[in-house]
Structure formats: C-alpha cells, structure tokens
Design a protein around this ligand. Structure first.
Ligand code: F6P
Length: 505
C-alpha cells in the first residue's frame, strides 16, 4: 500500500530549474523534442514543452519506482482491494480485456462478457422495433462517459438511433429534452449504479409517465432488483453492473448501452479494444515509456514541485468538446482527497482544478489569461491528425492554431511595452490522435484513467471513493420537508433563504 511520495527531491529540481525557459531547455537539448515524445498505437504524446529537464524527469521516475508503481498497477488489474475505504476492487480493466490470471479478474472478465452478449441481444430487439430515439437517464458516472463517447463518435447523419441524455434534476432539462420527441417512438434507459440517486429517480419517473408506462423502459444497475421494482421494469430489460466498477470508470460496462445504440455494437467493442490495448501498454511497458505514468508524473511535477493550482484540457477537435467535462469527474472525484489511505493528512497538495474547452473557441474567451495572467495553467492540448469532415482548409487552420498556441504559451515573446509582452514558460503536453475512432478514443480515455490511478499512488490516496459528495446530498434530502413548508431549516441563512422563496414564489 502506497504511503505517498516525498516531494522534497522534486522541489530541489524545481529550484535548480527556476528561471530556466522552456525554449532554453529545448535549445540546450536538441533531441528533447523527439525524445520527450511517446506513442502507443494511434495515440501520440509530446511532453517536450513541460518544464522539467532530463535530470528532473529521472527524479520523477525514481519517485514512481519508489512508490512501487508497476506493482500498484498489477494489484489494480488483479482485482486487489484498491478501494480500501469501501473494501472493493476497481476492475474496470476486466470490462474490456483479460489481462490478469488472478481469479477475481478472470471471473469479472467472464461476467462482463456475458452481459455484453445480453446488451447485443437487446440492441437487436430495439433495432427490430419502431423506436427512433433513446433517452439515457443518469448522472455523474452514469452519464458523462456515455455522453462524451456518443457526442464524439456519432455519425453526423445519425445511425439507427438518436440518443439523448438527461441528467440534471432541474425540470427544465426534462422539458427541453422531451419537447422534440415522440413518446410512441422513444425508449428510455435508466442508468444508476445504486438506483438511489435523486436525479435519476425523479427523471426516471418523468420518463415513465411520459412514455405512458414502463413498457419501453430499460435499466442498468448494480442493484437490479431495486431498479426492476422501483419502475416495474421486466427483469430481462435490466442489465447488471457491479460493486467492483466505480461509476466514473463504468462506461465500458452495460452503462455504455447508449454508446452501443448510437454507434453500433461493433463500434462499442472497438472502443473496448482500444482501451484494452492501452491497458496492455500500461501493464507491460517500462516506467520510462509508460504514457500514463509519464502523464501522472507531469501532473505531480506541475502540482507539487511548481505549485500550479489548475490544469486545463483544450480539445482541438470539436467532437471531443465534452472531454473536459468527463475528465472533471474522472480526475476531481477520484483525486479530490486530503487524507491518505490510512486516514492521515496528505503531505502536500493533491488534485488541481481541472477545466477546459474546445479550441479555437477558447482562444477567443479565456486564453488571454493563459497567455498573460499571473497564474500558470499547464495544459493538455488534444488534436486529431486526420479530420473526417470535408473541409480540409478548416482542418489546416485548426491544427495551425493548436501548434501556435503551444508555441506561444511556452516561448512567449518579449516586447518593450509590458502590455504587449508574453512571458512564456507556460507548459503544455501535446496529444495527437491519428484519427478519432472508437479505438483511439477508448485508448485516450484509458490513458487518463491510468494516469489518475498513478497520481493516486504517488499521493497515497484512494482514487475510488467519493465521500465528499455525500454531505450535500444528505442536507438536500433533509431540506425537502422545509421546502414543502412542513419543517424549519436549522441553518440560519437557509431559514432566511426559504422565507425569501416563500415571499416571492
Ligand atoms: O456524484 C456522486 C455519484 O455517486 C458519482 O460517483 C456517481 O457516478 C453518480 O453519483 C451517480 O450515481 P449512480 O450511478 O448510483 O446513480
């Protein structure tokens, strides 16, 4: 079990490199631009514009070695209890490949494969019906992954089904989603690991009533009995998931049913195959060539050696516009922790704020602050080499902007007029997909999942629980009687707010 790394060595490298420009690192080490690049299948990563030199990178790799990183990955893939606070494994890798001889992992792989067969059969049934639209109801991990993948990979002309997503408890979301749909041609999938999530229960009820009963309701849950009972859904239309898959790691399970409906079952299997290939890379490469480990070490360098409090993900591919939202849950719900596995306080900062958007739009909104603001925000800049739209000139413009931003941020430009000067020294990792396909997207998502796990090992924290979200949920439930006017709120400010609601409603 990792106790978390000691960052003192990193800090001394950071002091040694203070004032050293990224451009100077590149000028002093001409092979850096190629040597700091790593490739796995259709995914290319260039870390040359990070601000560590080879010596600091060696210290980072030594830190990963000291934290027994390869063994930590082996434990993850074998189904060891890596989620110590909940006494669970985190076997999302077994949803997409058979990478371990350990009994728990092999069993999980077999179970997941059997459920995929049920998924395929349900899709065939739906294809034979007159359903044209699917509403996927779920939130957090039961929404963001499928939403990202469907938005990224759907055929612009749409395939057999149009897939819509409903997550927010705000009734306006349901109203808007349903406004253009015909209940006679629509089916709904209620996705909830627990089937105790307020948003999904309320929205599920809206869908059931709107559809005129539960005849076209499907469910995915680790609590299938509860799902079947709460919405009267026939058991053959309820697909299982399991405790050993975290919600934000679950798109590879039956939670991915909306994906398989939108892009076809073969496409879904390709997504899994791409992730599985990346899993093999993470398990089998040396620490020096392991892309997820390098990505995690880069994150820790920027956070713990340089103290950067934010991290940006900018996608220079409009189809990946939802990647930052997806990563916000994956990264911040996993790594937003202040105590180590044994409950003692962490030794330094953990996750920075993750945010982002799609280029080139973002260049015309918040990039000013990235270029000249006082804070430095390290970036992942993600682009796709081959476009699939017919507008070649636009694609050249898009790529030129991607490369130009990375240059400008890193190199800056001096000017006698301080208002027109660019300090530079703003690090980024360039990530290129050969093309955006189910295979490459599966690999990219797996890369981030494993980077998150590697960061958790370096910080000595549990990446698989999320107790931080519980208090707000409990308080919201406790406030419902007060909102109905049946009780008083105990908090004095909330009491005033409730009085304001009552007076103005
Ligand atoms: O937001 C907290 C959370 O528990 C997430 O971890 C999870 O993905 C989401 O709620 C939805 O939970 P469920 O799938 O149980 O409805």
């Amino acid at each position: 079990m990792s106790a978390g790394a000691d960052f003192a060595a990193l800090r001394s490298h950071a002091s040694r490199l203070r004032g050293m420009k990224i451009a100077a690192l590149l000028a002093g080490d001409p092979a850096r631009a190629t040597d700091f690049a790593l490739r796995e299948g259709p995914l290319y990563f260039n870390f040359a514009r990070q601000s560590y030199d080879r010596e600091a990178l060696d210290a980072l790799l030594a830190m990963a070695r000291a934290q027994a990183m390869p063994e930590a990955f082996r434990r993850l893939f074998d189904g060891a209890e890596v989620n110590v606070t909940e006494g669970r494994a985190a076997l999302h890798t077994a949803l997409r490949g058979n990478h371990s001889g350990a009994a728990a992992a092999r069993e999980a792989y077999a179970t997941a494969s059997a459920v995929r067969e049920r998924m395929a059969a349900l899709i065939v049934q739906l294809q034979a019906s007159d359903i044209t639209d699917i509403v996927s109801v779920g939130i957090g991990g039961s929404d963001l992954g499928p939403r990202l993948v469907v938005d990224a990979l759907r055929d612009p002309a749409w395939g057999r089904f149009r897939v819509h997503f409903l997550s927010n408890v705000d009734g306006a979301a349901a109203q808007r989603t349903l406004a253009s749909l015909n209940p006679a041609r629509t089916a709904a999938i209620l996705i909830s690991k627990t089937f105790g999530t307020q948003e999904t229960l309320l929205n599920g009820g809206i869908l059931r009533d709107w559809l005129g009963g539960s005849g076209r309701l499907y469910a995915v849950s680790a609590n299938p009995q509860r799902a079947a009972a709460a919405f009267d859904i026939a058991s053959e239309r309820v697909l299982p998931m399991w405790d050993w898959v975290g919600g934000r790691y679950s798109l590879w399970s039956a939670v991915g049913l909306p994906i398989a409906l939108a892009i076809g079952f073969e496409g879904f299997e390709e997504l899994l195959a791409g992730a599985s290939e990346f899993d093999a890379h993470v398990l089998n490469s040396s620490l020096e060539t392991n892309i997820s480990v390098r990505h995690a070490l880069t994150a820790v360098w920027n956070r713990n050696a340089l103290g950067h409090a934010a991290h940006g993900v900018m996608t220079y591919d409009q189809r990946l516009a939802l990647l930052p939202a997806y990563l916000q849950q994956l990264v911040m719900e996993s790594l937003g922790k202040s105590v180590k596995l044994d409950g003692s306080p962490v030794d330094g900062d953990t996750v920075p704020v993750w945010w982002g958007g799609a280029g080139t739009d973002v260049q015309h909104s918040f990039f000013q602050a990235l270029h000249q603001g006082t804070g430095i925000v390290p970036l992942d800049l993600v682009g796709t080499i081959r476009n699939d739209d017919p507008y070649a000139e636009n694609h050249q413009a898009l790529m030129s902007n991607l490369f130009a931003q990375a240059e400008a941020l890193a190199n800056g430009q001096s000017n006698d007029d301080p208002h027109r000067a660019y300090a530079g020294g703003r690090p980024s990792t360039l990530i290129l997909l050969d093309a955006l396909t189910p295979h490459s997207l599966g690999g990219l998502i797996a890369m981030y999942e494993h980077s998150v796990y590697a960061q958790s090992v370096l910080w000595g924290i549990n990446a698989f629980d999320q107790f931080g979200v519980e208090l707000g949920k409990q308080l919201a439930n406790g406030l419902l009687p007060a909102l109905r006017g049946d009780a008083q709120a105990s908090d004095p400010v909330t009491r005033v707010l409730l009085a304001e609601l009552k007076a103005r409603d």
